[in-house]
Design a protein around this ligand. Sequence first.
Ligand code: Z5A
Length: 215
Amino acid sequence: MSLQQSLVGRGKFITLEGLEGVGKTTNRELIESQLSAAGIDFIGTREPGGTPIGEQLRELVLSTRGSMQAETELMIMVASRLELVSQLIEPALAKGQWVLCDRYLDASVAYQGAGRALGVERVLQLHALMGVTLTPDLTLLLDMSVKDGLARMVARGKPDRIENEAVEFFERARQAYLQRAVAEPKRIEVIDASLSKDDVGASVARAVRRLIQSV
Ligand code: Z5A
């Protein structure tokens, strides 16, 4: 370990999760401002994507051209994550930088494990098998009804392949997210995303402040 690393310690890893339209991008920007104001060195990234290979995989997996087996979809998500963790996230954390990621492993549990009904255990086993075992320090789960979240997305238009799924798919994903929050209450903070942008932002900022103060 270099002198610089031993002085700053390992960085913290924060993820944003939730269904479409719940405000992940909106709140990612708020957290970035908060971290900057606190003088914390950080990087922001997203999944699928975040590396040159990951961004190509993102285009492939979200494209509306042709159909794809659920297992193929899962393996592309894991491949993109593997690249992101090894090329960007782990090196940044090791240098003492904080990492803010728009979606991570919980999204595969929710969307592929529950939404596509591949099974939560199977999704976790595949990650373990591939050595993707990094767990976030804090996960902000923005939660609201599927109907209201989708309504926000309809206003945006141009749905991708996964956004074209039926409401039942998203209901299963939402329940899986909430079950994970019950199982891991210390890591996952559920935030009511149906409130105003200011109120959601205030809850997000409180949770991030607690993490900053814990260091
Ligand atoms: N996916 C997967 O299946 N498995 C995986 O392992 C991973 C991902 C990692 C990535 O999509 C897709 O990949 C995603 C899951 C799947 N697909 N689906 N479906 P993405 O990255 O393109 O998009 P997203 O993650 O679904 O996010 P989004 O669609 O951009 O939504 P968002 O970031 O959560 O919301 P936003 O852009 O901040 O806000 C949406 C609108 O609502 C916008 O107009 C805001 O101004 C408005 N908004 C935000 N907050 C509020 C409040 N509080 N009140 C009112 N209006 C608000």
